[in-house]
Design a protein around this ligand. Sequence first.
Ligand SMILES: [Zn+2]
Length: 461
Amino acid sequence: MSPAPQIDAVLARIDDTLPESLERLIELLRIPSISTDPSYRADCARAADWLVADLQSLGFRARAAPTPGHPMVVAHCDGPGRHILFYGHYDVQPVDPLELWHRAPFDPEVQDTPKGRVIRARGASDDKGQLMTFIEACRAWKAVHGTLPGKLTIFLEGEEESGSPSLVPFLQQHRDELACDLALICDTGLYDEHTPAITTMLRGLCKAEFTIRAANRDLHSGMYGGLARNPLHVMARLLAGLHDGQGRVQVPGFYDDVDELPETLRQQWQALAFDHAAYLRDVGLSVPAGEQDRTPLEMIWSRPTAEVNGMWGGYTGAGFKTVLPSEAHAKVSFRLVSRQDPEKIIAAFKAWAEAQMPADCQIFWHGGSDGAPASVMEISDPAFEAARQALSDEWGKPAAFIGSGGSIPVAGYFKSILGMDAMLIGFGKDDDNIHSPNEKYDVESFHKGIRSWARILARIA
Ligand SMILES: [Zn+2]
């Protein structure tokens, strides 16, 4: 695939109209669309309506679709080529503590800083600035070519910052309308200040909470100590056995559905030259503690984990109580990769734990399993490589397909409910202060972000 020759005219248009693009973003940033606080309900609706009107002005068939919570903005346009869905969210995080803001959070301003020009306001980076990069790319395309860049659906959520309660039901109810060939999600960052990236694999998650019970009541350690089983000892031994000395998880079958990293990705990740020492130093650590035969990036992006999130029992108050407790408790979670099935992993963990219980000890499991598998995108789809090339062209550095240690639920729902893969592409930077006071978005992120989408759409739409 070669980029459309007319892309230069679109890029020039983006450069020429950047001040107007910034003005529009500033207008959207003035609307305090805080989704979690009911007193901003009308403002959320106003932000959705603003976007609908803007998309209509570009020729999209756009509407604010009601939900039990805040509306979803849905917009369509016809065109040739693959049907592509773009996702962003127009709601923002609350602003407190307000006293730490140097300027009112919904009074946006373009400021000069030692590191360049920034747009300062709540939502500037997460996610209004980011979603507007795509809309502005469409606008420039329309101005140059008279048509939008392809067959597009734009889907903007208003509850992302408050747990997305309406998202799954909405996707289920509008499956036919929203299922496209491919999704683009703009809610992530660059790999580093200057290196663009496409997130193509996100780890899944499953969890187990349980109690080990021995005696039928707490015991006096003078009367029973030495004779009676102590479940805290049993728990400690069990959890200590989760990993071997090399960091490998010991639950049988745990790695059965874990795929090796493809060689092309291994090379791309190596080229990123991840500074794991600095990453660890930042949190007061120095040595990678995972599987010893894996690179640090593999440990956080492409390998599964077992982590003890909490363990407690017995007397933990001030002073001493010489109790021999009857119960020990723990919460354990697993980050999943590749084809690992959350239910299968939990079942294997339960069988492994129960098989180790000595006489008089029993495990009680709490809560259901609400796990989610990993999302692994089909990067053999040529659109992925085309988008990677487009990003590399714009930023002057090779873009990489990267992983994400955490999950971005919407990407998983697009796959499980709508059956489509997603490319997660964003232009945020680590110092954007998202969710914090003095949030900003670099004008460079905004400008190059718009140009990036124009280049990507020229290649894949
Ligand atoms: Zn976001």
